[in-house]
Design a protein around this ligand. Structure first.
Ligand code: GLP
Length: 252
């Protein structure tokens, strides 16, 4: 695993976007795994800028990590809406090149199986952008998720529901259930770039990088991934025992 520490959250986005753009320029029809949440927003802004400067995303396919159960796709808080608004429309990704779990399917198990089989048909994820929850979750794989778990229906922890309450009118409106790619599914991405910024992510980042590889911190699976890079601001890196020098990359 590589850890890169850059000056601030905007620099995290520029650095992560550069890693994605390297791959998109080498393979303009690659499969890009995308994350929701606040963390990757600076990365998306940098990708939007790259498109304005001429990078073509029209052949790229985008696969989302997760989706709430019971929120209509058109609702701005759904991850379908997030992917369309923040990624597909500004980058010019075709709507038939988007793969997002169907949180309103009557048959959740069937929806997850269809998702996994489409992802396989697409050849898997070439490069995956990831955020990390305050409790070490990835996608919606909460602590306790098996490191070889597959795409499935699961429940949100109280920590995550509280963190995501800012997007809903009332805390009780945050869905209790979601569909998520499993840790084992995410781990099959050939390259992973995790972005984190802010002091509230420091403990989770430290556990993911330097703690044991354990279900208690789902992001710790990254230690066993052959091609993972964490791009951090100094606050998110503050819990690491052996601090990488700023703007440097160190293999761990
Ligand atoms: C959300 C998403 C994750 C995201 C994480 C962190 O609940 N399901 O994919 O990485 O929590 O969110 P944020 O970046 O807003 O802190």
């Amino acid at each position: 695993m590589d850890v890169v520490v850059v000056a601030d959250a905007e620099s995290v986005g520029r650095h992560a976007a550069a890693l994605v753009l390297d791959r998109v320029r080498a393979d303009p029809s690659l499969v890009l795994g995308v994350a929701t949440g606040s963390s990757p927003m600076s990365t998306y802004r940098a990708l939007h800028e790259a498109r304005r400067r001429g990078t073509d995303f029209s052949q790229v396919r985008c696969v989302a990590l997760d989706e709430y159960v019971g929120i209509p796709e058109e609702d701005p808080r759904s991850y379908h809406a997030f992917v369309r608004r923040e990624i597909a429309e500004p980058l010019g990704v075709r709507s038939d090149h988007l793969l997002v779990l169907d949180g309103n399917a009557p048959d959740h198990e069937g929806a997850c199986a269809t998702f996994e089989s489409t992802l396989r048909d697409w050849g898997g994820v070439a490069i995956q952008l990831l955020g990390i929850g305050r409790n070490g979750h990835v996608g919606f794989n909460e602590p306790g998720s098996a490191l070889d778990s597959r795409t499935r229906l699961t429940t949100l922890s109280e920590t995550t529901r509280a963190d995501n309450a800012r997007f809903f009118p009332r805390p009780e409106d945050v869905p209790a259930y979601c569909l998520t790619q499993g840790v084992g599914t995410i781990a099959e991405a050939r390259r992973i770039v995790l972005v984190a910024s802010g002091p509230h992510k420091a403990a989770a980042v430290a556990a993911a990088v330097q703690g044991p590889v354990t279900e208690a911190c789902p992001a710790s699976f990254l230690q066993q991934h052959p091609d993972a890079t964490l791009v951090l601001d100094p606050q998110a890196a503050a819990g690491l025992a052996d601090q990488p020098a700023s703007e440097s990359t160190r293999a761990r």
